[in-house]
Design a protein around this ligand. Structure first.
Ligand code: NAD
Length: 703
């Protein structure tokens, strides 16, 4: 087995060791065994004067085997193998290409020389999983590039390209041509120059890169950049050991800190989200097959969402036609797409060529004939059932057989929309989030008649568009907005009870939400929410204080950022929130009219009142089968609603605080506010009675 994943050949006195562990050459146990075996064999061969270590396939080793994280610690195994590489008596050169991350990069640091193909990307993303490099990275990297740059690399989590790696000093040469030849030439040059192994472990960290001022600055940066997290401080501690401890002792310190990091909630939470994101595409009953070809797309409705969705297709290289009823709307759509690409160009996100190519992929039309060839059609017109049904009947009459017919509706019943066609099996919800060309989340909503093939095609499409799809069943609000209902309801209710918008938003932001929900309403437009509530009044509970803060502000002409005032006040051209006594007066006045008693709220209450209903609804959604897995719900909230990844999403967080705490919290507020909004979900009560966790439940109900 080990022979399959690592092989070597000797050419002209240079041994070339090749790792082949598709798809991305993770350093699995077999790769480690294979490398070890290859070293032994090469060590016994006379006439080998240098070794090149490289890989086959799309990339050099992309990292350690993350699947091993849940098992026993492997640091010692890596340490021993990498020590063998480093101590190898003949020069050892790593030839890097593709995406060289984490353990893959650490492997190369144990080699004596490094050459990288131009365009390779190299990085240490461990902190994004709440852990630190545990295979020598915290000890070797600072010996090559200094303490400060090592920590900057770790804090950013993003890979740098080969040119930057060369500049920093952890790559010795960048190859523009074929890598293998360049690596062999480099190895021969090393031999010819009589250079021997150049061991990273023998170097010392440049003390100028590790002054007390630098360390202080990095600690301050970590505090700002990573609130509530310990991993960045663990990284500082481990990297600092490279300065103060001999190499071998530093490795042992790294191991201890790495194991401590892996046991933290933040690491478990982030690793949970990492795996959950990879699981969302697994649909029971759906056999893996070749993805359905998407050669052309069509969008109906060139407004905010339609334009963003068209850009998502163009960004993925798919030609797309944007249709709207009016020439004016098309003109506005075209302009806003051009403006968005111009701003991406200005910020260096795309090149001029990419902008031109993408714009050229988007055409527009007013005639449905132009959509005949589309393999997928996405409707994004006004949120009106009759209108959507008419459009679907129209699409049914022109779309080619087997095309995906998708709606971007947020609130309407997709079964009813599908019934307007003669092919409900092809109709599905594709709920994009705004701005659609940026947000990674895509809720894929299956209606009663949607076929498995259509679901599979939608999942493949999401991959093509580089979105994270999560499958939901039709219900009001699907997964994300349905859970947001109680979360936002309580935020609005608390500002009627006397809390200020700033207090509520700060409580949520201190917890780690990307933005407080009231500031979100200001950004999205208070009128948008009010209109949704007005047209769905029949779906809401009989509560006279329900979503009344929005209503009061709306009645006073405060529509949020676009009108310069909402829950907060905004200066022209500036999104900074300012507290506004006028908003408070409106809220107080409305509370008095509704008879809502005034009082003070502690931060804990503000958090509980928002988060308990959110998690409770998640348990209902799970039990009803609206979401397939607890992990899917966590993906929706971490990738679409700004829930902190380091808390793992709402379902993971429910287990973190304990389901009993959640159930007792619901009961506490039920006593205070009555049962209307505070009934514990049946699944929650049951799991608490059985003394089980959501993780237990998920294991038994693995989809
Ligand atoms: P919008 O008002 O910005 O755009 C709607 C577009 O549809 C307009 O350009 C309009 O001219 C066009 N249109 C209207 N009738 C038409 C017809 N008969 N034929 C062709 N085009 C027609 O609306 P939006 O915010 O882009 O929302 C579109 C859909 O997406 C709605 O169903 C909405 O619920 C949903 N949605 C919106 C958001 C959001 O954040 N805005 C998020 C997710 C889903």
């Amino acid at each position: 087995m080990s022979q399959d994943v690592v092989s070597f050949s000797v050419e002209d006195g240079i041994a070339v060791v090749t790792i082949c562990n598709p798809p991305v050459n993770v350093i699995s146990a077999a790769v480690r065994a294979g490398l070890s075996e290859a070293l032994t064999k090469i060590g016994s061969l006379d006439g080998v004067r240098a070794v090149v270590l490289t890989a086959e396939g799309s990339t050099f080793c992309s990292g350690a085997d993350i699947g091993e994280f849940s098992g026993p610690p492997r640091e010692a195994e890596y340490r021993d193998l990498f020590r063998r590489l480093e101590q190898f008596p003949r020069p050892l050169l790593a030839a890097l290409y593709g995406t060289v991350l984490g353990g893959g990069l650490e492997l190369s640091l144990a080699c004596h020389y490094r050459i990288a193909a131009a365009g390779s990307r190299l990085g240490l993303p461990e902190l994004t999983l709440g852990i630190i490099p545990g295979a020598g990275g915290t000890q070797r990297m600072p010996r090559l590039i200094g303490l400060e740059q090592t920590l900057e690399l770790l804090f950013s989590g993003r890979p740098v390209d080969a040119a930057r790696a060369l500049e920093l000093g952890f790559v010795d040469q960048v190859s523009e041509g074929p890598l293998r030849e360049a690596a062999l030439a480099y190895a021969r040059a090393v031999v010819a120059a009589g250079k021997g192994p150049r061991r990273t472990c023998d170097r010392a960290v440049d003390p100028a890169t590790a002054t007390p001022q630098i360390i202080e600055r990095l600690k301050e940066k970590a505090k700002r950049q990573f609130p509530h997290r310990v991993a960045p401080f663990s990284a500082i501690e481990a990297v600092s050991a490279a300065l103060t401890e001999p190499f071998e002792q530093g490795l042992r310190t790294e191991e201890q800190i790495a194991n401590r990091s892996k046991a933290t909630v933040e690491a478990k939470a982030q690793i949970h989200v990492f795996f959950a994101e990879r699981e969302t595409r697994k649909i029971p009953g759906l056999a893996p097959g070749a993805p359905r070809a998407i050669r052309r797309a069509g969008i109906v409705g060139a407004g905010t969402m339609g334009g963003g969705i068209a850009m998502s297709f163009a960004n993925a290289g798919v030609p797309v036609t944007l249709l709207d009823a009016s020439e004016d709307a098309l003109e506005r759509g075209r302009k806003s797409i051009a403006d968005l690409y111009a701003s991406m160009l200005k910020r260096g996100r795309i090149s001029e060529r990419q902008r031109d190519e993408r714009l050229a992929l988007i055409s527009d039309a007013r005639d449905y004939e132009a959509l005949r060839d589309a393999d997928v059609l996405v409707e994004a017109v006004f949120e009106q059932m009759q209108l959507k049904r008419e459009i679907f009947a129209r699409l049914d009459s022109i779309a080619k057989a087997g095309a995906i017919l998708a709606t971007n509706t947020s609130t309407l019943d997709i079964n009813e929309i599908a019934a307007a066609t003669g092919r409900p099996q092809d109709v599905i919800g594709l709920h994009f989030f705004s701005p659609a060309h940026v947000m990674p989340l895509l809720e894929v909503v299956r209606a009663e008649a949607t076929s498995l093939q259509t679901i599979g095609a939608a999942m493949d499409l999401a991959k093509r568009l580089r979105k994270t799809p999560v499958l939901a069943k039709v219900c009001y609000g699907f997964i994300g907005n349905r859970m947001m209902e109680g979360y936002a309801r309580e935020a609005q209710r608390m500002v009627l009870e006397g809390a200020t918008p700033r207090q509520v938003d700060s409580a949520l932001e201190n917890f780690g939400m990307a933005m407080g929900i009231l500031a979100v309403f200001d950004m999205a437009g208070i009128d948008v929410g009010v209109n949704v509530h007005k047209s769905n009044a029949d779906k809401y509970p009989p509560d006279p204080t329900y979503y009344q803060a929005d209503l009061a502000l709306h009645a006073a002409g405060r529509l949020g950022q676009k009108s310069g005032m909402g829950y907060y006040k905004y200066l022209p051209g500036d999104r900074t929130r300012h507290d506004d006594p006028e908003a408070l007066a409106i809220l107080r006045g409305h509370a008095a009219a509704l008879g809502v008693p005034q009082r003070r709220h502690g931060e804990e209450e503000m958090l509980e009142r928002c988060l308990f209903p959110l998690m409770n609804e998640g348990l209902r959604i799970l039990e009803e089968g609206v979401a397939l897995r607890a992990g899917d719900i966590d993906v929706v909230w971490t990738s679409g609603y700004g829930f902190p990844r380091y808390r793992g999403g709402p379902m993971f967080y429910a287990d973190t605080i304990g389901l009993k705490t959640l159930r007792d919290g619901m009961l506490k507020y039920r006593q205070q506010f009555g049962p209307l909004h505070w009934e514990p979900a049946p699944l929650l009560s049951r799991l608490v009675e059985e003394g089980r966790t959501l993780a237990d439940w998920s294991r038994e109900h693995r989809a």
